[in-house]
Design a protein around this ligand. Structure first.
Ligand code: ARG
Ligand code: ZN
Length: 886
């Protein structure tokens, strides 16, 4: 039975179609923070006027506020009696205001009790903020919506000894000592901005400094603020920042626009990082790294998140979103920009493969499940639930398709036009697409369906070759399954990057019927606009093998490519992405055959072609070790689950383990030789070449360990204990986590003792235990909840234990009795009153019940119902759990 509160949540759905311009605007705000151990006093002086564009003229002003204690309100300098305003638990309403006026509002807040980590809170004894999406209203009453852009002046007062560093947005303009051991600093941000980009930090921090000289010759002071003792872990973040600044100038002509750029690392943070103007606040995970404590993946994560937040300065801060339905306007575009940046720093093909893997692992399931939503959603209860892979990663794919359709030069012109038209504005996705359309000279009206329709299109292809006329025809069909609220889909516009391969694997010239010019060999982009469309090629000398969706030119699933063709492409395709893809598809087919054989109780046999292909990949591995490591990898268990009508987690695990063992045995000599040859003799460097070599070496180790021999086990233990960098240590430890026997416990214990003072390393220690395939894993997770290093209030810890188990351990999470589901439900219920954003995010795996068997389906639904039965459930968790049941 839903209680009153929950009916209430349902009645407060926010809809895009209800958007109205704000009735009032706030031109400037002067904030004064008196930071205290008990109460923090916030004084806000607001200059407000009626919005000339507002449709109606209400008498009263309504400001949002949440968890605030109101002390006083003054209108045009005159203190207001309580009959002149009203306060509710989410607003302050002031009656009888004029055309333009000032408002002084004083509130009290308690940052030290703020476990939601939204608004002003404390982390590691320091004050910090997170205001996106709606956290500013937890600091003071405001028009807390992105289309209200305001000039901010911020004064911070605090005890000088405890909080020597006082930071906010913009540039520092003044400061001084107060008599009572307190001090103050004032910051002015010259750029108008929405309240979600406000930030404040006060604490005992130390700076690693550098500078950047912009293309036009201005010097920008850069600082990364961390806890004392972490200074030696900032080098990679700083180098990444400078690379990002130079890259945005070179590729997009975009320069930084303040004199200082500050980054602060905090260990309690709901997300990865936040692009507050001039004062980015980061999860320590995306700042701190040194070879002994951070893996190659961590180094790459830091580079891309530092880039991402920096790139937001233009795509997000200078041009922001009109409303939160437009979130992908800044996030999809900025993810696209950070992907391009990282690709340019290393191997574009390797980067593309890993981005596509992320999309498939995280976004495809969203599109298939009950939480499917378009890149631009149409309604929400809690906006924090829409910081999703669909809005971010699929949003980036949509921008990439525009880039593919326009080509890089016109795309750049489109970006220039977007900034020329909309600098300092809060705009819509529509505005972005219009700029691209106008600069590109193309019609993107049908293309825009990518923003409004949810779902992953499935594409099938049929073809005919006519030897007499040397003509070749391909007919593409697309189909997209219904999603919540969208029973029927219009066709998506698909850029199809294709190549035609001769029987020897050469690129054949491509010439469409009706074209004047001779065909040229190589990749060609076709544009599909209908549900079904035929392309006719002429001058085709031999029956070709088509290579489709090269570089993953559209986020679709291609179905029905014959297995022999996949094998041919895996060996010969000149496009590295397509070559990798064909190999993965072939391995998927084979693994699914093994799954079915296992279910029928038959003996399993490995496909000799797959073993040969792996042997060839390994033999040629030195040419591009990073690519070889990816090509040798088998599809994840979750990717195999995605291909089954009814998932069988045990069969998937068994089939995949069998094949890993077979590869390990068949290629034992070559794997051992590769492992030896790639042993890193020099010191650790996070260069693409060194990262690639470690990836291939650890891939070899993984297959060797899959044979289960005593020798292989010894190799794991040796690497876990003696490796000189965290990448190699963790690779061995992860494999050892799946191995029964006394070695595992001892190595994990040693690791804990060695690293117990490094939070980020201990996160890894929790996560590795949570993803172990061993039968006792759930029980171990339960006991880890009581470990002294575990803390339900710290999002990184929650993600590394509860998140890793429920999202990274399909085998144990979906255990037949439903104990994994019950575990997750209990944790969500415990976290919800502390941090509703985190609790809501954790709910996602329970929504993936559609492909489970009937017994698991009802157990998963039961877990969701248990969550919904909690009195006083947050609206965010309510939204996730109730929609997951649909
Ligand atoms: N804008 C941040 C980013 O670029 C994400 C912050 C979202 N925070 C939140 N509580 N929803 O990734
Ligand atoms: Zn972002």
């Amino acid at each position: 039975m839903p209680d009153v509160r929950q009916t209430d949540h349902n009645s407060r759905v926010i809809r895009l179609s209800d958007y109205r311009a704000p009735d009032f605007l706030i031109d400037s705000v002067e904030l004064v923070f008196d930071l205290g151990e008990e109460d923090t006093r916030v004084t806000a002086h607001l200059a407000i006027r009626r919005n000339p564009e507002a449709l109606d003229r209400p008498a009263g002003l309504r400001l949002e506020g949440e968890a605030l204690r109101l002390l006083s309100v003054a209108l045009d300098g005159e203190s207001l009696g309580e009959n002149r305003y009203r306060v509710s638990d989410d607003a302050l309403i002031v009656d009888g205001v004029g055309e333009a006026f000032t408002l002084d509002v004083v509130t009290l807040i308690r940052p030290q009790d703020n476990t939601e980590l939204s608004g002003l809170y404390k982390s590691g004894g320091n004050f910090c903020t997170q205001c996106e999406a709606e956290g500013f209203r937890r600091i003071t009453y405001f028009l807390d919506r992105p289309d209200v852009m305001t000039r901010f002046t911020t004064t911070i007062r605090a005890e000088a000894k405890r909080y020597p560093v006082l930071l906010s947005n913009g540039n520092p303009v003044a400061g001084g000592e107060d008599p009572d051991g307190r001090h103050w600093a004032r910051w002015v941000d010259p750029h108008p901005k929405p309240s979600y980009l406000f930030a404040l930090v006060a604490g005992d921090l130390t700076a690693v400094r550098d500078e950047f000289i912009t293309r036009s010759g201005r010097t920008v002071s850069l600082a990364i603020w961390v806890r004392r003792g972490d200074e030696d872990k900032c080098g990679h973040a700083m180098a990444s920042l400078k690379n990002a600044m130079a890259w945005d100038e070179r590729v997009f002509g975009l320069e930084y626009d303040l004199d200082v750029f500050n980054i602060v690392a905090v260990s309690d943070f709901n997300m990865g990082a936040m692009e507050n103007k001039g004062l980015n606040i980061f999860n320590t995970k995306y700042v701190l790294a040194k070879p002994e404590t951070a893996t190659d993946a961590d180094y790459q994560g830091i580079e891309s998140v530092i880039g991402h937040e920096y790139f937001h300065n233009w795509t997000g801060d200078r041009v922001t979103c009109r409303d939160w339905f437009q979130l992908s306007l800044k996030e999809g575009l900025t993810v696209f920009r950070d992907q391009q940046f990282s690709a340019d720093q290393g191997s574009p093909a390797v980067k593309r493969i890993s981005d596509v893997r992320t999309l498939r692992a995280r976004q495809f399931p969203e599109d298939f499940g009950p939480l499917a939503h378009p890149v631009r959603p149409e309604s929400y209860i809690e906006i924090n639930n829409f910081y999703t892979a669909t809005v971010y990663e699929k949003g980036a794919e949509v921008v990439r398709m525009i880039h593919t359709l326009l080509g890089p030069d016109k795309f750049r012109k489109g970006m220039d036009l977007y900034f020329a038209r909309h600098d300092n504005q809060a705009v819509t996705i529509e505005d972005f697409v219009s700029a691209m359309q106008d600069a590109g000279g193309v019609d993107l009206s049908r293309f825009k369906r990518w923003y409004s329709q949810a779902g992953t299109p499935e594409v099938t292809v049929s073809e005919r070759y006519h030897p007499e006329s040397r003509r070749y025809e391909m007919t593409f069909r697309q189909q997209t399954a219904p999603s919540p609220g969208q029973p029927v889909k219009d066709p998506f516009v698909l850029p199809i990057a294709i190549g035609l391969l001769s029987p020897e694997g050469r690129e054949m010239p491509i010439r469409l019927d009706g074209e004047e010019a001779e065909g040229r060999p190589g990749t060609r982009v076709l544009t599909m606009t209908g549900m079904e469309q035929t392309f006719r090629f002429i001058d085709v000398a031999e029956p070709p093998t088509p290579s489709l969706f090269r570089g993953f030119s559209a986020p679709v699933k291609v179905k029905g490519v014959p297995l022999d063709r996949l094998k041919f492409l895996a060996a010969h395709d000149g496009d590295p992405f397509a070559r990798w893809e064909a190999g993965q598809q072939a391995a998927t087919r084979h693994l699914l055959d093994l799954v079915h054989a296992w279910r029928r109780g038959e003996a399993l046999t490995a496909d000799p072609d797959l073993l040969d292909a792996s042997r060839r990949t390994l033999a040629g591995g030195d040419a591009d070790p990073a690519f070889a490591a990816l090509a040798l990898g088998l599809p994840a268990e979750s990717a195999l689950a995605d291909e089954m009508a009814v998932v069988d987690v045990e069969a998937i695990h068994a089939a995949r383990q069998f094949l890993r063992g077979e590869i390990g045995r068949a290629l034992g000599t070559e794997l051992a030789a590769t492992y030896e040859r790639l042993t890193d003799k020099g010191s650790y460097r996070p260069t693409p070449a060194a990262i690639g070599a470690r990836a291939l070496r650890n891939a070899s180790l993984s297959y060797l360990s899959a044979t289960g021999t005593a020798e292989a086990k010894a190799l794991l233990v040796a690497q876990a204990e003696t490796a000189g960098n965290m990448t190699d240590t963790l690779a061995a430890l992860g494999l050892l986590g799946d191995v029964e026997g006394p070695e595992r416990a001892a190595v994990f214990q040693d690791f804990y003792e060695r690293w117990q003072h490094d939070d980020l390393v201990i996160d890894k220690w929790f996560a590795l235990q949570a993803v172990s395939s061993l039968p006792e894993t759930l029980e171990r997770c339960r006991s880890l909840l009581a470990h002294p290093a575990f803390d339900l209030r710290n999002p990184n810890r929650v993600r590394s234990l509860i998140g890793a188990f429920s999202q990274g351990n399909q085998l144990r999470f979906h255990e037949a009795g439903g104990a994994g589901y019950a575990f997750l439900a209990e944790q969500i219920i415990a976290i919800d009153p502390l941090n509703a954003t985190m609790a809501a995010r954790l709910t996602q795996p329970l929504g993936a019940w559609k492909r489970q068997d009937a017994a698991r389906q009802s157990l998963m639904r039961l877990a969701l119902e248990r969550i919904l039965a909690v009195a006083g459930l947050s609206k965010g968790t309510f939204e996730m759990a109730s929609k997951s049941l649909q």
